[in-house]
Design a protein around this ligand. Structure first.
Ligand SMILES: [Zn+2]
Length: 62
């Protein structure tokens, strides 16, 4: 298990999950929605992974 500082909110000594951030653009009257997955791998705490969209990074992909 990975313990350290969350790269999203800055909380220290938290359990970290390796993620790729996902930016979601909601659908609107003049455009279709989209989802963009970032290339950069970040380490997030549990609170961030429950509040923000992300894609889980498997250990063997790092
Ligand atoms: Zn966090």
């Amino acid at each position: 298990m990975l313990i350290g500082t969350c790269e999203n909110c800055g909380s220290s000594e938290v359990t970290l999950t390796l993620v790729r951030r996902v930016y979601i653009v909601p659908e609107s009257w003049d455009s279709v929605g989209s989802e963009t997955v970032m290339d950069e791998i970040e380490e997030w705490c549990n609170s961030c992974t429950s509040n923000y969209p992300f894609v889980l990074v498997e250990a063997d992909q790092v």
